[in-house]
Design a protein around this ligand. Sequence first.
Ligand SMILES: Cc1cc2nc3c(=O)[nH]c(=O)nc-3n(C[C@H](O)[C@H](O)[C@H](O)COP(=O)(O)OP(=O)(O)OC[C@H]3O[C@@H](n4cnc5c(N)ncnc54)[C@H](O)[C@@H]3O)c2cc1C
Length: 479
Amino acid sequence: MTPSETTGSSGRRLETDPESFEAWGMNARCSAPVFRPGTVDELRDALRAAGDAGTAAGLRGAGCSYGDASLTTDGCIVDFRRWNHILSFDKQSGILVAEPGVTIEQVWREALPHGWWPPVVPGTMFPTLGGCLAMNIHGKNNFQAGTIGRHVRSFDLMLADGTVETCSEDTNQALFRAAIGGFGMLGAFTRIELQLKRVHSGDLEVQAHSCANLGEMVAHFEEQSESCDYLVGWVDAFGGGRGLVHQASYPKRGAVANPAETLEPSHQDLPPRFFGIIPRSWIWWGLWCFFHKPGMRIVNALKYRLGRRHAGRDPYRQSLVGFSFLLDYVPRWKHAYKPGAFIQYQTFVPKENAVATFEAQLRLCKEHGIVPFLGVLKKHLPDPFLMTHAVDGYSLALDLPLPRGGRERLWRLAHAMDDVVIGAGGRFYLAKDSTLTAEGFQAAYPPENLARFLELKRELDPEGLFQTDLSRRLLTPPE
Ligand SMILES: Cc1cc2nc3c(=O)[nH]c(=O)nc-3n(C[C@H](O)[C@H](O)[C@H](O)COP(=O)(O)OP(=O)(O)OC[C@H]3O[C@@H](n4cnc5c(N)ncnc54)[C@H](O)[C@@H]3O)c2cc1C
């Protein structure tokens, strides 16, 4: 983008040069002028500058959303990563107050030595708290702990006009429940107060179980969800939906000989080398050799067979970080998709329709000749947030390769799957989305929720200051 293109509709130019931004799945990018505020006043100035120039402002945390949720073409980007201080942490109550750019990693490093852990974490530790609230993230404990929004005590939100509203379940409840999960459309989080979870050990007791198909896997989740803290299923899409479930529980108090040691970051840190020899940063090169259909068929089959051998054995100990952020073991693993890219397609389906819907999705993948390289099953709870993706049911996340020149075929597959999911009363997760249409979005959400959300958007942001490529794709009314 040339500097003249940074001029907004008012003809005024933003005094900042364009930079390039990419979706985490490397499937979309934009070039936009960027602001990096570090205070409330700097954020207000940035929003004012964007508004004066008549250009949209897209909010961005660590950019860990797989699709276009934090990209803004023809607008500017407000990047929160510099605004990243933990303002206070009460070791007795576990209440943490933080700036929006603080990451999940910063939170656990601060809190774990004192026996506290983030109540909900995604599969990577790099997202910011602002990004996590905007998408109302869920973890492998969603069936028990709910989404992160349930653990937010309060937040401050800067609206498009520069005013700051404090919101909680008791104050400004409607805005509290709409901005959490509101994908950065209603305002920018500037301060977040979070209740952390008490833990007595930095290790979990983990057990594996193998399942011959998705039906067995869901039945196993139903059986185990009362008795464990975390549940996650790995699904072999090449093998028709067979897979492995890993369930984990906090050890009983007193069951760990050296609990204080296990809480130390040095115990949690992922080892820098595999088998003490291969640097972790090299692993993606090895993966790259297998990142094609025949290679991934072999990798999935091997993983299933090896996993089955260990399944059903006594629980083993694994650190909270090792269990929670498995994907962080291999830095830059996504580069194994290069020179292509990938999308993640995650849908949430009510319990009674989950197995049939996910099986239909896998059949469609096969028919379209695009088999997911990775599938992950989780169990969920509904929550009170206006635009929540969570349902009383299950989600299946599928990593789908996007070969160069293969965009149209992959989008066709995603739209065919959308129809099945919508027919089953399911929803989509915008943090992972790249393909949903405005029609699909409208069909998937309760009309009264969507109408209320759009009404709030018009009321709080009448000029449409907050926009992203995702919001333009989903909120622009179909012709
Ligand atoms: C490897 C991997 C594993 C993942 N696993 C999970 C998982 O298990 N569960 C899960 O729920 N998610 C998961 N995610 C998705 C991730 O948690 C979400 O995309 C999260 O929103 C990323 O946070 P971010 O800081 O990177 O935000 P970004 O991706 O930069 O932005 C996300 C959204 O937040 C908005 N936003 C950013 N900052 C602010 C702010 N200060 N105020 C208001 N809005 C803001 C943006 O406009 C955008 O809409 C995973 C992602 C990766 C890469």
